[in-house]
Design a protein around this ligand. Structure first.
Ligand code: ADP
Ligand code: MG
Length: 356
């Protein structure tokens, strides 16, 4: 199978919304009046960001999901994407499920494959997504940039901080697959779904336009990605440990519940504190593809409305503050960092999409 056969068989589809799709030197997209394009690129390298033997169906899903998650973080509606592929060989048994996983997610979001590039080389998948947002903002605060897109800048002291969905399960699954923790098979199976088939929060992102004051997607761990909002907004934050710990779903569906999880799984890694592993997964795990965002306290009902409208759970986890830094506190606002401080089992040397 030659390059052009391969493109025709696996990656050429109708593109009813694009002016011109696969087959010419350029694809053509028509931007609608009053709209702006939101554009983002993510590259996944075999052996670096995913295991070389990853199920190609899951991989096809994931490499588009991580890109759609960036559009979600901006509140953009997906339009189209390009796919640049380096493949060691034209293996149909790999290409067919890869294309299936990729294009099923693309169809689910109405995101058309309009072009790309295909070459022989070590497995490498690079996707660029194009989305759109209205230029005109209806947010109560005047945006720093003339757009309705959600930005990392724009949070203010006193704003509430929220995250969508659950956090840390993908990281826990990765630790289990690397043989560092032993999870019961049913717990691993659920956590692994989060690692391999993340759900980009595209509907929530769009529902939060005009409501959230700042937003980012959680690809590198909550602490890091909330950190980006803090840095771009020139703020600090307090996050309540009792609000984020329950976000690790595996802890809830562990046989015997949360206490058993802390005792049995935490203990296998000689954690200093029984909840340290859970907290590490939630705060620093990565690969979650949830949204972290801020909104003024006056917008609480609007945030709930956006969550309901997009059928995506959101949890309020803390507050933006003027003094810089991220502080982990208990329900009374007392710092709890010291009891967790000496625990760090995640190294940067493992496959994960967003560790360059
Ligand atoms: P050029 O050499 O002019 O850059 P190519 O011959 O590489 O173009 O590609 C031919 C057409 O196939 C182009 O429209 C390109 O966008 C498309 N294409 C190439 N690889 C892929 C791919 N993996 N998925 C979708 N379209 C692709
Ligand atoms: Mg080419």
């Amino acid at each position: 199978m030659g390059e052009f056969d391969l493109i025709r068989r696996f990656f050429t589809r109708p593109t009813p919304h694009a002016v011109l799709g696969v087959g010419d030197d350029c694809a053509l997209l028509q931007s609608a009046p009053g709209m702006q394009m939101a554009i983002s690129t993510d590259m996944l390298v075999g052996g670096r960001h995913f295991f070389a033997d990853t199920d190609p169906l899951a991989l096809g899903h994931k490499c588009l999901a991580v890109n759609l998650s960036d559009l979600a973080a901006c509140g953009a509606r997906p339009l189209a994407f390009t796919l640049a592929l380096a493949l060691p060989e034209a293996d149909e048994a790999w290409l067919a499920p890869f294309a299936q996983g990729l294009l099923a997610l693309a169809d689910a979001h109405g995101c058309e494959l309009i072009g790309g590039d295909t070459t022989r080389g070590p497995l490498n998948i690079c996707i660029t997504v194009f989305g759109e947002v209205p230029a005109q903002s209806h947010h109560a605060r005047r945006p720093l940039v003339p757009t309705s897109a959600l930005l990392r800048s724009g949070a203010q002291a006193g704003d509430d901080i929220y995250v969508s969905g659950t956090l840390g399960d993908a990281a826990l699954a990765l630790q289990a697959l690397l043989g560092r923790v032993a999870l019961p098979p049913e717990v691993l199976a659920q956590a692994r779904q989060r690692l391999e088939r993340p759900s980009p929060r595209v509907a929530l992102g769009q529902a939060l336009r005009g409501v959230a004051s700042a937003c980012a997607d959680v690809s590198d761990g909550l602490a890091g990605d909330l950190g980006h909002i803090l840095e771009r907004s020139g703020l600090g934050a307090e996050v309540e440990v009792d609000r984020v710990l329950p976000l690790l779903a595996a802890r809830r569906y562990y046989p015997g519940g949360e206490a058993q999880f802390d005792q049995q799984i935490g203990a296998t890694l000689k954690a200093q504190h029984p909840q340290a592993l859970a907290l590490q997964c939630v705060l620093a795990g990565g690969d979650d593809y949830e949204l972290v965002f801020s909104a003024a306290p006056a917008e609480r009902a609007a945030v709930q409305q956006a969550a309901a409208q997009s059928a995506t759970p959101v949890t309020r986890i803390g507050t933006m503050q003027a003094s810089p830094g991220l502080r982990l506190v208990d329900g009374l606002g007392r710092s709890v960092a010291p009891q967790f401080a000496s625990f760090d089992h995640f190294s940067a040397a493992q496959p994960s999409p967003h560790r360059p």
